[in-house]
Design a binder for this molecule. Structure first.
Ligand SMILES: Cc1cc2nc3c(=O)[nH]c(=O)nc-3n(C[C@H](O)[C@H](O)[C@H](O)COP(=O)(O)O)c2cc1C
Length: 222
């Protein structure tokens, strides 16, 4: 698979078969991650492998349906206390994200599937469960394995998106290059992300308040 085909065909895979991924393959996935660029070349990442062999009490700390059902996962953490010229280097999220994307592309290129997850438990809980030191931040989780053919979404198809409040979200067609490319200075064009309607926080809170009120009402009746 050439680079362009790999980039274009990568999709988030959220359902997997139980088939095994060899240790050699897992080694190569991590190797792809560590070939990413990193700020000041610190390469201060760690990848915590979670598989069916991981003790159940540790595994279930992930509390995310995709992570719990995927046969494999990599929890990506990165040093957050690195200094350059007396200043804390704040770009650890970017360095770790570069490694994550490298791994996603490599996984695609070998016919496996993966999903980048940030809808995972709070850092303090993960820290405890996976013994992560304070000077490492949790950046994301890669659930991966052999894709379940029924779990592969095509353009515009509604997919089950566990991390979402609405639970379902259509795969939007990508913005075109004309919509995202700004020459010399920032500019807005028709139907680009500056005018798109994103889910607003208010409707989320309103829904929660409404549910809480109806529960209170029910309790009062009892
Ligand atoms: C930073 C980041 C966090 C994400 N978190 C989640 C998540 O918690 N749950 C999920 O199902 N997908 C998650 N995704 C995957 C996106 O939903 C997905 O990339 C997007 O819908 C585009 O679909 P595609 O990857 O198939 O092109 C995340 C992606 C990124 C980059």
């Amino acid at each position: 698979m050439d680079t362009k085909e790999c980039i274009y065909s990568r999709r988030s895979i959220r359902r997997f078969t139980d088939d095994t991924v060899s240790d050699e393959c897992i080694h190569d996935i991590i190797e792809a991650g560590i070939h990413a660029p990193s700020a000041c070349n610190f390469a201060a990442w760690k990848f915590i492998l979670i598989s069916k062999d991981t003790p159940e009490y540790i595994r279930k700390a992930m509390c995310n349906q995709i992570a719990l059902t995927a046969p494999y996962g990599l929890l990506v953490v990165y040093r957050n206390d690195l200094y350059v010229s007396g200043r804390v280097l704040g770009d650890y999220i970017q360095s770790a994200s570069a490694a994550i994307q490298n791994m996603l592309l490599y996984i695609t290129s070998i016919g496996l599937g993966a999903c980048w997850l940030c809808g995972i438990p709070q850092e303090k809980n993960l820290r405890k469960a996976f013994s992560i030191p304070r000077n490492f931040s949790v950046i994301g989780y890669i659930a991966f394995g052999h894709p379940d053919p029924e779990g592969i979404a095509t353009q515009n198809q509604m997919v089950y998106h566990y991390g979402d409040e609405e639970r379902f979200r259509a795969h939007q067609p990508r913005y075109s290059v004309d919509q995202v490319l700004c020459k010399d200075k920032f500019r807005s064009v028709t139907d680009d992300c500056t005018s798109a309607k994103y889910p607003d926080a208010w409707s989320w809170y309103k829904k929660k308040i409404k549910t809480a009120l109806s529960v209170l009402k029910l309790l009062k009746k009892k």
